[in-house]
Ligand binder design. Structure first.
Ligand SMILES: [Zn+2]
Length: 306
C-alpha cells in the first residue's frame, strides 16, 4: 500500500495558466480506483518550517501580497489563497517524506518546488518544499543526510542554489530543456550550471529517447553513490519530459517515463533507501496525458515495492 498525500486546497486560484493546476484533483480521482493506493490529507507547513529555508521578507511577501513583484516572483497571480495553498503543497511533501521513513515509500500529489530560491520564487515554484522537508526532518532529528533525484524537464536551479550551503543535501538534476549542442553528451560530469560537490547536473541532448535518458540516470546514480548514503531520497518525477509537452525537446513516451520511474524505485529498493516522490512539472495541453504519466509513476512504484 502506498500513501499519497492530497488536499483539495493544493490548487490556488491562478485562473487560466499554462500550469494545469487541476491535475492534482484529476490524479487523486484516478487513484481512487487503485486498490493499493490510499489517499491522505497532509497538515500545512508551519511558518517556522519555511523560515529554515526562506527569508522572512519573502515569506511575508507571499503571505501578504506585498511587495507584489516579490509575492508574484514565481509567476502566479497573487491572491489571499496562495499562501495557504503553498503551505499545503509543502506540507504534502513533508508528510510523504515522514511516511516514507516509516513505510519505505510514499508520494505527494504536488508540484512547484525546484526553482524556488531562499529569497524569491521562479518558474511556478513559490517555496522549495524539497529543501524545507529535508531541513524540517533534520531539525526533528529524523535524518542527517538526504538526496534529491530531480528528473523534471527543467534544471533544478533553486534546489542547487540551496544545496550549495547544505553539505548534508545532494541534488542531482537530469534535465533536457537547454542542452548545449556544442557539448558532447559523453561529458556528463562536466559542470553546466556551476555544479558543486553536492549539486550535480546532467543535460539530455535534444531528441533524447529512452536509452540516453536511462544512461544519464545510471551516470547520475553513480554520482549519488560517490557522494554517499542518504537517509532519505526525494524524487521529482516530472511529466514535462514527455514528448508532447510544449516545453520538451525529448522523445520520451509514456512507457519510457514509466521505465525511468521504475529504475529510480529499483535503486531505492535495492539500496534500502526510503523514497518519497512528488509530481513536479507537466504542461501537455491535454491534462489527461499529464495525469496518465503521473499515474504511471504509481504503477512503477507498485511494480517495484508491492
Ligand atoms: Zn519542469
Amino acid at each position: 500500500m502506498i500513501t499519497a498525500y492530497y488536499h483539495p486546497g493544493y490548487a490556488a486560484p491562478i485562473g487560466t495558466h499554462i500550469m494545469p493546476i487541476g491535475k492534482f484533483a484529476l490524479l487523486a480521482e484516478a487513484l481512487r480506483t487503485e486498490p493499493r493506493v490510499e489517499l491522505a490529507e497532509p497538515e500545512p507547513l508551519a511558518e517556522a518550517d519555511l523560515l529554515r529555508v526562506h527569508t522572512a521578507e519573502y515569506v511575508a511577501a507571499v503571505r501578504s501580497g506585498e511587495p507584489r513583484a516579490l509575492a508574484e516572483s514565481q509567476k502566479f497571480p497573487w491572491s489571499a489563497e496562495l499562501y495557504p495553498s503553498v503551505r499545503l503543497t509543502g506540507g504534502g511533501c513533508l508528510a510523504a517524506a515522514r511516511q516514507a521513513l516509516e513505510a519505505g515509500i510514499a508520494a505527494a500529489l504536488v508540484s512547484g518546488f525546484h526553482h524556488a530560491h531562499a529569497d524569491h520564487g521562479e518558474g511556478f515554484c513559490t517555496f522549495n518544499g524539497l529543501v524545507v522537508t529535508i531541513d524540517a526532518l533534520r531539525a526533528a532529528g529524523k535524518i542527517d543526510r538526504a538526496a534529491v533525484i530531480d528528473m523534471d524537464l527543467h534544471y533544478g536551479n533553486g534546489t542547487a542554489a540551496l544545496a550549495a550551503s547544505r553539505p548534508y543535501l545532494f541534488n542531482l538534476s537530469i534535465y533536457g530543456n537547454d542542452y548545449d549542442r556544442n557539448q558532447p553528451y559523453r561529458d556528463v560530469a562536466v559542470a553546466r550550471h556551476r555544479d558543486g560537490e553536492n549539486h550535480r547536473s546532467i543535460a539530455l541532448p535534444n531528441g533524447s529517447g529512452r536509452a540516453e535518458m536511462l544512461g544519464a540516470l545510471e551516470a547520475g546514480l553513480e554520482l549519488l553513490r560517490a557522494w554517499g548514503r542518504p537517509d532519505l531520497l526525494l524524487y521529482q518525477a516530472g511529466a514535462d519530459p514527455y514528448r508532447e509537452d510544449p516545453y520538451s525537446p525529448l522523445e520520451l513516451g509514456e512507457d519510457d517515463l514509466r521505465a525511468r520511474d521504475r529504475r529510480v524505485f529499483e535503486h531505492a529498493r535495492g539500496e534500502d533507501l526510503p523514497i518519497a516522490w512528488v509530481l513536479a512539472g507537466g504542461y501537455t495541453k491535454d491534462t489527461h496525458r499529464v495525469v496518465a504519466v503521473h499515474h504511471n509513476t504509481f504503477r512503477a512504484a507498485l511494480d517495484v515495492f508491492e
